[in-house]
Design a protein around this ligand. Structure first.
Ligand code: SF4
Length: 248
């Protein structure tokens, strides 16, 4: 999915709110680039109107059908952005010829952040709810499946323990489950058996499944493999665990 996605970060900065945030890459990268402003400080970026940009001939810079990935250096639903978010909904309405996706650990804020004409959801918006462990799955997913959303994904990343998602996978409310390990020097190890078990839960419920990256440490056959950053996506693909079911 990320391959053809245009990253759109209208604001930058976030706060750690759960276990999955422990080694957040936004903090890591800001530290690596020695950014003067703390990653805790949420601020608007120069890319706020990115999808509305035009070329010299006044054509859209990003053509019809572009998929924009929103807020990869923040959380789309973070409280500090409440006053800016309506501007984003407006852009999403104006570019209803494009698709938009965001992943969030703050699904409990979605209801209060929706635009007034949301109704049962915008056709061109996909929302991914992150659940890194069982505790967060059991808190966030009941909220997620109760909300009016047209396209729902569950993102299990970084997967830090075995997770039982079966209670949330029936009725075809979820389009796909996508799983990944944690990256970085201090990453927690991903056990391939957790991934295989989640895949089984998905196939039992006819939900598409993607193993999108291994993370830095992968446990397999009682050995722990240290996988360099540049191979984490390709190694996950080589595991050959991805499965697609037709949408219902
Ligand atoms: S919610 Fe996402 S961006 Fe924010 S601190 Fe946690 S991992 Fe980082």
């Amino acid at each position: 999915m990320a391959g053809n996605m245009v990253m759109w970060n209208p604001w930058h900065g976030c706060h750690k709110i759960s276990e999955g945030c422990r080694h957040c890459y936004v903090y890591r990268e800001d530290a690596a680039f020695k950014t003067a402003i703390s990653p805790n400080e949420v601020r608007k970026t120069a890319s706020f109107d990115l999808p509305l940009r035009r070329d010299r001939k006044r054509n859209w810079k990003f053509p019809s059908g572009t998929l924009f990935g929103l807020c990869f250096t923040s959380d789309f639903l973070i409280q500090e952005a409440d006053e800016w978010r309506n501007g984003i909904w407006e852009i999403i309405r104006l570019r209803n010829d494009c698709n938009f996706i965001f992943f969030t650990k703050r699904i409990d804020r979605l209801q209060q952040c929706l635009p007034s004409d949301w109704n049962m959801g915008y056709d061109n918006v996909v929302i991914g709810c992150t659940a890194e462990n069982q505790k967060m799955a059991d808190y966030r997913l009941p909220i997620f499946i109760s909300l009016p959303i047209k396209h729902r994904l569950i993102i299990v990343a970084p997967m830090i323990e075995r997770i039982e998602l079966s209670p949330y996978l029936h009725n075809h409310l979820i389009k796909e489950v996508s799983v990944g390990g944690e990256s970085g020097k201090y990453a927690r190890c991903l056990d391939i058996r957790w991934v295989e078990d989640l895949r089984r839960q998905c196939t039992d419920n006819e939900i598409s499944f993607t193993f999108h990256q291994t993370g830095s440490y992968l446990k397999k056959d009682n050995r722990i493999y240290n996988i360099p950053r540049e191979h984490q996506h390709s190694q996950a693909k080589k595991a050959n665990l991805n499965i697609r079911f037709p949408e219902i």
